[in-house]
Design a protein. Structure first.
Length: 393
């Protein structure tokens, strides 16, 4: 979106209204006790919103549609939390959660200007120019948001059609790592783009400069914006790589097998481990090393890649238990820790097979050669002869 300065101020005002209503609903829900009966639902919150708009001129100046949709989003967040699929709703902060949603007939007020441009009528704002990355769909709602770099986006709520399978019967396994973002069983090594050395140097310099700034000053705001622009650049590159890679895999293979990794648990804060001299303290450099590993996991887009694959190729993505897939030989099936010589070298001590460690693990994942949780040995097929089928009388 390309709003004018006046429209940008009006859009930020709508974001403030949506954030304010969300936080009010969250505060009310958090302070509710059992002696007060059931918590207010969406209809009761809308009734209370009408009374608040009648008393507060600042709230009345905003769009009622935006404020009601903030309540509906909160109601859905509470249902997801009680259903166990999402975490507890959190507070929305200025500069971090800038966005709102428009539904109903107002969402269809879009006029196309030319092949790449159009305009949308936003309540209380007016006609805002947008750039088209694809044809405007017939949507019943859209969401407008602003990222940390100050860029505005509009997204129409339409589920795209899944990518059809090629019908070749090919299966691919994906091993995700930090040094190599994704290794395929075909031998391909895919790396997620990150900031260049020059950009990382500038980021470190800006972070040191931010530490010397007085909080709330204009200089502090300019440095924060520069840092946000660098982080946004890295995020855009990662998302672009995830979209292109997931589309390519969905078009090339009928079945995609990935490791069943619990990423939220993997990037948690490390547990306290004492070295004997300092009880209850972290080991030297242990916390810093774990923080670096967490950044590497998040920077390689492990979760985003599998999520987009499952959305683009529904029913064609399988999760495989990753236990000892990196220690098992993909040729003979021999599984010992000594097979993994280093991060990149795999050499089987039984048959002498040598390959890239991540590619060997991806081959095991493609074949489903993971040891079960009960410790049972996986089914292995000898590479020299086909298994004989027996029938019982």
């Amino acid at each position: 979106m390309y709003p004018t300065p006046e429209q940008r101020s009006a859009l930020l005002g709508l974001c403030k209204h949506a954030r304010y209503v969300w936080n009010l609903a969250l505060e009310q829900w958090s302070m509710w006790t059992r002696d007060k009966g059931p918590t207010p639902g969406f209809a009761e919150c809308c009734r209370q919103l009408t009374e608040a708009r009648a008393e507060c001129a600042w709230l009345r100046a905003g769009s009622q549609t935006v404020q009601q949709q903030a309540l509906r989003d909160f109601d859905q967040a509470v249902k997801n939390f009680h259903g166990g699929s999402h975490r507890r709703p959190t507070w929305r902060k200025s500069g971090l959660h800038e966005g709102f949603r428009i539904v109903g007939p107002q969402a269809s007020r879009v006029a196309k200007l030319n092949r790449k441009s159009a305009r949308v009528l936003v309540p209380k704002v007016g006609w805002v120019r947008i750039r088209l990355t694809r044809p405007v769909p017939e949507a019943k709602s859209y969401r407008i948001r602003c990222d940390r770099a100050g860029r505005w986006y509009i997204a129409f709520a339409v589920i795209p059609e899944p990518i059809p399978a090629p019908g070749t019967g090919e299966v691919v396994g994906i091993d995700r790592g930090v040094a190599v973002s994704s290794a395929l069983s075909t031998g391909e090594l895919l790396s997620c783009p990150v900031l260049s050395e020059r950009e990382r140097t500038r980021l470190e310099r800006l972070q040191r400069k931010l530490a010397r700034c007085r909080r709330g000053s204009k200089r502090c705001g300019r440095v924060r914006s520069a840092i946000a622009a660098l982080h946004t650049r890295a995020t855009d590159r990662r998302k672009d790589w995830v979209e292109k890679t997931s589309t390519d895999l969905a078009r090339r293979f009928d079945l995609v097998r990935v490791e069943d990794l619990r990423i939220p648990q993997m990037v948690r804060r490390p547990k306290v481990k004492s070295d004997g001299d300092r009880p209850g303290a972290y080991l030297p450099n242990g916390r810093r090393a774990k923080a670096g590993l967490n950044r590497g996991i998040l920077a390689n887009g492990w979760g985003d890649l599998v999520l987009r694959l499952e959305q683009k190729a529904p029913g064609r993505v399988e999760r495989v238990n990753p236990v000892r897939t990196s220690q098992t030989c993909s040729v003979c099936g021999h599984c010992v820790p000594d097979n993994r010589e280093s991060q990149a070298v795999f050499r089987c001590v039984a048959c002498g097979y040598q390959a890239h460690a991540d590619v060997n693990a991806a081959t095991n994942i493609a074949a489903g050669r993971a040891v079960s949780a009960r410790g049972e040995a996986p089914l292995r097929v000898s590479p020299k002869r086909e298994p004989q089928l027996t029938t019982s009388a």
